[in-house]
Design a binder for this molecule. Sequence first.
Ligand code: ADP
Length: 779
Amino acid sequence: LHTDRKHHHQHYLHLYYWVKLLSLSFLVVPHFSLPGGYEEYSSSRAAGMNGNGPTKLVDPLEDPVPGVGTYEDFNTIDWVREKSKDRDRHREITNKSRQSTVALLHSVSDAFSGWLLMLLVGLMSGALAGGIDIAAHWLTDMKGGVCLIGFWFNHEHCCWTSNETTFQERDRCPQWQSWAELITGTSEGAFAYIVNYLMYIFWALLFSFLAVTLVRAFAPYACGSGIPEIKTILSGFIIRGYLGKWTLIIKTITLVLAVSSGLSLGKEGPLVHVACCCANILCHLFTKYRKNEAKRREVLSAAAAVGVSVAFGAPIGGVLFSLEEVSYYFPLKTLWRSFFAALVAAFTLRSINPFGNSRLVLFYVEFHAPWHLVELAPFILLGIFGGLWGALFIRANIAWCRRRKSTRLGHYPVIEVLVVAALTAVLAFPNSYTRMSGAELISELFNDCSLLDSSQLCGYKQVCSDRPAGKGLYTALWQLALALVFKMLITVITFGMKVPSGLFIPSMLAYYNHDWFIFKGWCSPGADCITPGLYAMVGAAACLGGVTRMTVSLVVIMFELTGGLEYIVPLMAATMTSKWVADAFGREGIYEAHIRLNGYPFLEPKEEFEHSSLTVDVMRPRRSDPALAVLTQEGMTVGEVEALVESTHYSGFPVVVSKESQRLVGFALRRDLLISIDNARKRQEGIVSASQVVFTEHAPSQAPDAPPPLRLRGIMDLSPFTVTDHTPMDITVDIFRKLGLRQCLVTHNGRLLGIITKKDILKHMAQIANRDPDSILFN
Ligand code: ADP
């Protein structure tokens, strides 16, 4: 009987491990991918998607300085133009630098400014991330009680100074009082429990209410994870105020509040956004970056790396994340800069030491057991289930967000948040695992008790200390399983997604594998030869891989995060399978799916264009449209040009030799035209509506009494990109993607025929995929 009981006990022990580790792999995902579903709604609102018009919510403080070369809001930048502008500027500085020492110094400082900027971005983001970590920790503990020697101490710090606690019981000290102790004077009994319960709910509601109202009142762009938008911005889209100072301030504050309120969301995605805001703001210190959208995007790419670096304590993973996932244009120079910035940020965070453990990462674990070749099979299995789950997650999440947009649900974001927060708090409190914050729980779960069993360290870890006694074990098992189910369900509501039930099965299988004779050969008697923590890690990577479709960066982040350098191969196998499996159900990762959901004009570099259409099918004007609006290089008056510009909304006009010949000369941007005409009139050079507009090199012969001509050759792009009407669309798409074009002109037999813009291509692609072409917004 005794051995039977023991066996039974053992059985539960293993089960307990697996539940624990499963919870872990599940928990890591929200920490990475998205921060909270409610925000999705406001994010689309903020971007003006619900017919409110995009300009309404734009931060007035971020208004652009008008001038030649800046872009309007919700427009696409022209990479080629920006890069050539930068080259010109650079050439000028180099030429000047030969003339005087001051100019030489200027040129040196100009060359150095990129690195200086990176240093500043790293310092600022690292400091902010440290601050966020500390504040979130403090506010999370605030839900449970308060420190009497100073309310600004969190639970752990409060008890550090206490002499009355032992190492094992370092969480209990008289200085730290739960709300019940403070109000009723006792910490025992049902009444005290209820007081604590109510206070917990109260704080959770307060924090989430503050978070959502702050976002709504001050910075609508501060919601959501921000990664889909940053991806779009990096690909060359302008969303003014998205990376502005208000967004930064509000996002930093509300991130702390949202994390502390206990909502099932992670702070890592938003940290990328915070780092990008820092970079964007710091760019204003340097003319080189302030004035050039392409150069600024190089800095933002590096900032994305910084964000991940401080979020996970994974600098290299951050650089790779930027390269693989968010960046559009990533030259080697940006790689080095990202590397440097990530290093600075990691260093700053390490100096702040927000976790008090002298480590960069929260989830540091050390497994010592090697893995066996046979274990690759379960790893791959984990990958398959991770992929399946990822595909399911994306579908469910998108379906939920659609519903939120289309139904009345989306009209009450504050109520939605409050309901979800209340539900989370009400259900979370009774269970000690869900009561703590997500990050705390993960680090607790990651702790591989089987290895620490004998060591003293295990004593203070709750998960472990619940373990030994028979009864305690059942309770712990039960609680953990409940925690897992709860976390799944609440994340369903918070994210609007379905449960990863598939994940259970492989892990259960792996659990039974443990007793298989096949492993017996390797195991020294009595020792665990399988490291459950490893499976959790691999499972987590597989889930993340399925959701985000990252590979290289994910593996690097995982091993930087956990310190499990020996387990690269299992991680690689799992992420690769997970990507394959998930890709079979649709190529898009969660970020791309959200980009499409929100209708951002993003030309996906990963997707291939396989349709056999020709450029003539996509170009404008179509047969029914009004003819192409063109300027002639001479013969038009200022009044005519103004009338043409005013009567249309196009962002640029091709310049031709004459209306009859339609021979192409160049391309002039609407904005430049308006500004030049305006400036010329202001300077009163005799320019009136009847003056001729001239794009040629030599002034045409005019009647002697005619007003002086307005010469605009300077603003004309003399080398616009052209394709012919018979260029296959896949080549045109490639040109747009690789060069980052905004528009391209189409010719036929050397005559100008039409124009094609990035949005035209996106609409065409949407049409091919049977999607609504008008879902591409910001027209
Ligand atoms: P976007 O496509 O980014 O909104 P525009 O506002 O310049 O860019 O163009 C709007 C639409 O008008 C596009 O479909 C484009 O092909 C077309 N278009 C652009 N310029 C001209 C022009 N000069 N004459 C006629 N149609 C144009």
